[in-house]
Design a protein around this ligand. Structure first.
Ligand code: GDP
Length: 361
């Protein structure tokens, strides 16, 4: 499945956050018979209020949300691209993930040492991005002689070399490809074969003091620093307490710091969007469930997420949007008013489609 790598400087709260992720994932994994959790992988359910409503309509015994997988990638330090710390190993770990989540320290606790002497979110972001940018420039530098050779006799390779050179130029200005490609007229899809780190989708977690969670000015300022990447604001210490508490007490603690939803829940949702994913829904007496597909997936591809046989033997899908189903009140009522549509193999799924597949096995 798709995964998000968690990176950040030492002492910014990565482990604290990651342990909370793993704990919340344990509860979730119990619901997934085939989920295996490795020590450095945490799984979080994507909060989806539609599932509760579906379970009500279908009398489902349980709800299963979509999941997002986070991988703890320890060891980013200044100089990593030159082999400091875990160096290349660390970069190889990031290369395997589908998106990069940077944890940035904003909390001020004087008892927690900062590697660069003091709290400085913007400086830290620059430190991390610089390492990733330098690693990408090394990758490009290594590839260019080969590409130049290929470009001599092949027009496509010549075009590719030009994109790579434009990418290097952008990286030289200290901008990640994810942040700057659009303005530079670079299509990130064209660069895929180089597996560049900064071409991955980025998201940022700002680890704040509890009393900063409601500071709208601070949040706006930090959001602006990382735009167009998404930002999530949380207090990792509170998150680690929340996962230990029963639901009602967790809600109380959240409300006491002016929040309605846990940071982990927000992180799961933003992560899911950053990965370019969407969900469709199925429901029956056993379970109401959200399934993960990429945006643009067709009905047979969506069926294949449940089982490869469903994709192979796909005949048609009965589809209704979640909103229309709720309005109709039941599947039977939706059918009788013609709101439930029959769709064929070319149908492109929409987020929130409630689906029943028909297939040959
Ligand atoms: P890592 O090196 O990035 O994995 O950081 P850790 O999660 O190990 O945290 C380093 C220290 O900072 C630990 O003593 C944590 O308890 C503390 N810490 C982490 N998050 C917070 C936070 O949000 N607020 C405060 N005050 N301390 C935190």
């Amino acid at each position: 499945s798709l995964s998000i790598g968690i990176v950040g400087l030492p002492n910014v709260g990565k482990s604290t956050l990651f342990n909370a992720l793993t704990k919340s994932g344990n509860a979730l994994a119990a619901n997934y018979p085939f989920a295996t959790i490795e020590p450095n992988v945490g799984i979080v359910g994507v909060p989806d209020t539609r599932l509760e409503k579906l379970a009500e309509i279908f009398g489902s015994a349980r709800v299963l949300p979509a999941k997002v997988e986070f991988v703890d990638i320890a060891g980013l330090v200044r100089g990593a691209s030159e082999g400091q710390g875990r160096g290349n190993k660390f970069l190889a770990n990031i290369r395997e993930t589908d998106a990069v989540c940077q944890v940035i320290r904003v909390f001020s606790d004087p008892d927690v040492t900062h590697v660069d002497g003091g709290v400085g979110p913007e400086r830290d972001i620059e430190t991390i991005n610089t390492e990733l940018i330098l690693a990408d420039l090394q990758t490009i530098e290594k590839a260019v002689p080969r590409l130049q050779k290929e470009a001599k006799s092949n027009k496509d390779r010549k075009a590719f070399l030009e994109v790579v050179e434009a990418a290097a130029k952008l990286l030289d200005t200290g901008t990640t490809l994810y942040a700057g490609a659009k303005d530079a007229g670079i299509d990130l899809a064209d660069l895929r074969e180089l597996h560049l780190l900064t071409a991955k989708p980025f998201l940022y977690v700002f680890n704040l003091d509890a009393d900063e969670l409601t500071d709208a000015d601070l949040r706006a300022k930090l959001s602006q620093v990382v735009a167009p990447a998404e930002a999530v604001f949380l207090d990792a210490k509170i998150e680690s307490e929340l996962v230990e508490l029963p639901d009602d007490e967790a809600l109380e603690l959240l409300q006491s710091v002016g929040q309605e939803e846990s940071g982990l829940a927000q992180l799961a949702r933003v992560g899911f969007e950053t990965l370019g994913l969407q969900t469709y829904l199925t429901a029956g007496p056993k379970e109401a469930r959200a399934w993960t597909i990429r945006r643009g997936a067709t009905a047979p591809e969506a069926a294949g997420v449940i089982h490869t046989d469903f994709q192979r033997g796909f005949i048609k899908a009965e589809v209704i949007s979640f909103e229309e189903l709720v309005e109709a009140g039941s599947m039977a009522a939706a059918r009788s008013t013609g709101k439930a549509r029959i769709e064929g193999k070319d149908y492109v799924m929409r987020d929130g489609d409630v689906v029943e597949f028909r297939f040959n096995v």
